[in-house]
Design a protein. Structure first.
Length: 145
């Protein structure tokens, strides 16, 4: 598919979103990326609703990078929706959050998250973590067709 989305970044913090995009571009992994600012937009995008009505929902991202603490619909609700839907449950979802709280980690894994990563604090550590994450999920990992 010519317009296939490789990464869906769901992040409300503009600084974290910019750092993530910069890290992915550094590794040449951001050719086809969509950045959305809250969980409601993410669900609308995935399911082709509201402002994304008419989007070909057969073309789903190869990877979703999902923040937890967001306005409107939080990341846990997005994850719950994605992993309980036959059409979207195989999309790899990596939670990328500042929350080290055990209840958040536990519920995400119970819902079927593929990975849970706490955002590194330092600039270089953050860039390196995102670069490695993108490299693994987009180039090394094998997804079902």
């Amino acid at each position: 598919m010519e317009h296939e989305i490789e990464i869906l970044l769901v992040e409300d913090n503009p600084n974290d979103a910019e750092l993530t995009l910069r890290a992915l571009k550094k590794r040449h992994l951001a050719n086809r990326i969509v950045h959305l600012k809250n969980g409601e937009e993410a669900l609308d995008f995935i399911h082709g609703k509201n402002s994304f009505e008419g989007r070909d929902i057969r073309s789903q991202p190869k990877l979703i990078l999902l923040d937890l603490k967001m306005p409107k619909v939080d990341g846990i609700e997005v994850l719950r929706n994605l992993k309980s839907n036959d059409a979207t449950k195989i999309i790899p979802v990596v939670v990328l959050t500042s929350s080290k709280e055990d209840p958040d980690i536990k519920i995400c894994y119970e819902l079927g998250v593929n990975s849970y990563i706490v955002k590194p604090v330092g600039f270089e550590a953050f860039i390196n973590a995102i670069s490695e994450l993108g490299f693994y999920w987009l180039l090394l990992n094998q997804n079902p067709k």
